[in-house]
Design a protein around this ligand. Structure first.
Ligand SMILES: CC(C)(COP(=O)(O)OP(=O)(O)OC[C@H]1O[C@@H](n2cnc3c(N)ncnc32)[C@H](O)[C@@H]1OP(=O)(O)O)[C@@H](O)C(=O)NCCC(=O)NCCS
Length: 185
């Protein structure tokens, strides 16, 4: 497979980003949104994130945007300012090609370089193995499950909470930039 280019998102990427997210909103339970936001709304959200100095990345394959990831503030109150929440989405037809891992690894690096200390993943649905395994492989641990807090697509959905330190440890493979990408995780 061609190696993906992971880069900062630009305005022109939001046609692809909106279409990747709209499918997740309409047909799946990773997100608790029910009505897909339009391109304008997605662009406003992106500006809000980048105005806070947080990273918003895309994965590009052969010129097409096929995935994206961003960090948002975990909570708005000031004492939470060193903690971020991650979001990662990959186009369905490109799953299991390493794009989610590349995006999340790069996001972790960006957030660590910004001095952030903890990253939280709030995963829709405890049956969502892909996201849970992706985060485990990136060094996250399970810290709790909020049971049946969502109702979507005619079912009750849990929120799985996972957490990762962004403070570098000597044996932390994601922070070892010398490791080949395939060895990470
Ligand atoms: C979660 C998601 C981003 C993973 O992206 P991806 O590009 O398919 O993942 P990768 O190919 O990089 O896989 C990395 C690791 O995640 C795990 N994984 C990914 N998909 C999996 C699946 N369907 N079942 C079990 N494990 C899976 C594997 O451990 C994999 O490593 P391996 O291939 O070496 O076994 C993707 O499934 C997705 O966009 N899902 C919908 C949106 C979502 O849930 N986002 C997370 C919300 S924060």
């Amino acid at each position: 497979m061609t190696k993906p280019l992971i880069r900062t998102a630009q305005v022109k990427d939001f046609v692809s980003i909106q279409s990747i997210y709209a499918i997740e909103v309409r047909e799946h339970t990773a997100t608790f949104e029910i009505t897909p936001p339009d391109i304008e709304e997605m662009t406003l959200r992106w500006r809000h994130i980048t105005d806070m100095g947080l990273p918003y990345l895309v994965a590009e394959l052969d010129g097409d945007v096929v995935g994206y990831a961003y960090a948002s503030s975990y909570r708005s109150r000031p004492a939470y300012s060193h903690t971020v929440e991650d979001s990662v989405y990959v186009a369905r037809e490109k799953h299991r090609q390493g794009l989610g891992r590349s995006l999340l690894t790069e996001l972790i690096h960006h957030c660590r370089d910004l001095g952030k200390r903890q990253m939280i993943a709030i995963i829709g649905d405890s049956r969502h193995n892909a996201s849970i395994r992706l985060h485990e492989k990136a060094g996250f641990r399970h810290v709790g499950t909020l049971e049946q807090v969502g109702w979507k697509l005619d079912q009750w959905i849990d929120s799985v909470i996972m957490q990762r330190s962004l403070v570098s440890e000597p044996d932390d493979e994601v922070f070892n930039r010398d490791a080949p990408a395939d060895d990470i995780g």
